[in-house]
Design a protein around this ligand. Structure first.
Ligand SMILES: Cc1cc2nc3c(=O)[nH]c(=O)nc-3n(C[C@H](O)[C@H](O)[C@H](O)COP(=O)(O)OP(=O)(O)OC[C@H]3O[C@@H](n4cnc5c(N)ncnc54)[C@H](O)[C@@H]3O)c2cc1C
Ligand code: FES
Length: 264
C-alpha cells in the first residue's frame, strides 16, 4: 500500500499527489515513471515522477478518463494498492549547450524534473503551452530553472497567443539551438518534430499505451527508425525524427470506444 501524504489542486483537471514510497524515491531519476493501480479492480497507468525527496514521490496528472478521475477523488491519508518503479530510462545529464524544452498539457509536469537536472550544465529555454490560462501550472517552478520562459495559450488568455510551435519557430530561425526536448500530446510532439527536422536534434517522450511497463506485454510498441521498440524499456525518450508518428497516433486511439464506455 502507498499512502497519499499530500494532495493539491494545481489547475483545471490537474492534481498533484505526494506518495509515501521510500524504495522508489531513493532510486528515482529525471525521466523515470511509475505504473500505478488504485485498487484490485483498477487498471494500471503510467505517470511520470515529477519530483521526489528521500521518502516521497510526486506525481502530477491531468484528468482524462476513468483512472485519472478516480485518482483525483482520493485524498491525503488514502492508499494506492500498487506503485511500481522507477521505470524507463532516465535522461542523460550532460552539457548539451542551449536546450529548448517544449511542453504542453501533461508534459508540463514531465519536463520539470528534466530541466531541473539539465539546468546545472546547460542554458535552458522553456516553452510551455496550454489551450487557456486555467490549464497552466508549475510556472514559477519552471521559471526558476529556466534562463527564459515563454508561455503560449491558444486563446491568448495568458502569455503569447498561439501554439508552442509558433514560439519555437521564432527561436529556431533566430538562434543556434543544440537540442530540443518535447513532452506532451503526440500531435504536438509530431508538429515540433516536423519543425526541427534537419535543423536541431530533437528528443520526444513517447506516451504510448502501457500495461505492464516492464517490456513483457508489447502494448507500448512504437516504430523508431523502422525498428520496433518498447517505449517502457527502450524509452520513453527517442529521437523524434525517427519516430513513426502516424502509427503512434493510430495505436493511441485504438481503445477510444472502451475508454468512453469506462468513463460513463
Ligand atoms: C511514460 C508515460 C508517462 C506519463 N506521465 C504522465 C504524467 O506525468 N501525467 C499525466 O497526466 N499523464 C501521464 N501519462 C499519460 C497517462 O498515463 C494517461 O493519461 C492515463 O493512463 C489515462 O488513463 P485514464 O483511465 O484516466 O484515461 P482513459 O480514458 O483510459 O484514456 C485516455 C487517454 O489516455 C491515454 N492512456 C490510457 N491508458 C493508458 C495507459 N495505460 N498508458 C498510457 N496512456 C494511456 C490514451 O491516450 C487515452 O486515449 C503518461 C504516459 C506515459 C506512457
Ligand atoms: S508496457 Fe508492456 S511492453 Fe511496454
Amino acid at each position: 500500500m502507498y499512502k497519499i501524504k499530500e494532495k493539491k489542486f494545481l489547475a483545471e483537471k490537474t492534481y498533484l499527489i505526494k506518495l509515501f514510497a521510500p524504495d522508489i524515491a531513493k532510486k528515482a531519476k529525471p525521466g523515470n515513471f511509475v505504473m500505478l493501480r488504485i485498487d484490485e479492480k483498477g487498471e494500471r497507468i503510467p505517470l511520470t515522477i515529477a519530483d521526489h525527496d528521500f521518502e516521497t514521490i510526486t506525481i502530477i496528472f491531468l484528468v482524462v478518463g476513468k483512472t485519472t478521475e478516480d485518482l483525483s477523488k482520493l485524498n491525503k491519508g488514502d492508499n494506492l494498492l500498487d506503485v511500481v518503479g522507477p521505470l524507463g530510462n532516465p535522461i542523460k545529464i550532460k552539457n548539451y549547450g542551449k536546450v529548448v524544452f517544449v511542453a504542453g498539457g501533461l508534459g508540463i509536469a514531465a519536463i520539470y524534473p528534466q530541466l531541473k537536472a539539465l539546468k546545472r550544465e546547460n542554458r535552458i529555454i522553456s516553452i510551455i503551452g496550454a489551450r487557456k490560462k486555467e490549464l497552466l501550472f508549475l510556472l514559477d517552478e519552471i521559471k526558476q530553472f529556466s534562463d527564459k520562459l515563454i508561455v503560449c495559450t491558444d486563446d491568448g488568455s495568458y502569455g503569447k497567443k498561439g501554439f508552442v510551435t509558433d514560439a519555437l519557430k521564432e527561436i529556431v530561425d533566430k538562434e543556434k539551438i543544440d537540442m530540443v526536448i518535447t513532452i506532451g500530446p503526440p500531435v504536438m510532439m509530431m508538429a515540433v518534430s516536423e519543425l526541427t527536422r534537419g535543423k536541431v536534434k530533437t528528443i520526444a517522450s513517447i506516451n504510448s499505451i502501457m500495461v505492464d511497463g516492464i517490456g513483457m506485454c508489447g502494448s507500448c510498441r512504437v516504430r523508431v527508425n523502422n525498428k520496433i521498440k518498447f517505449a517502457c524499456v527502450d524509452g520513453p525518450e527517442f529521437d523524434a525524427h525517427e519516430v513513426d508518428w502516424d502509427e503512434l497516433l493510430k495505436r493511441n486511439s485504438k481503445y477510444k470506444e472502451e475508454e468512453c464506455k469506462c468513463l460513463k
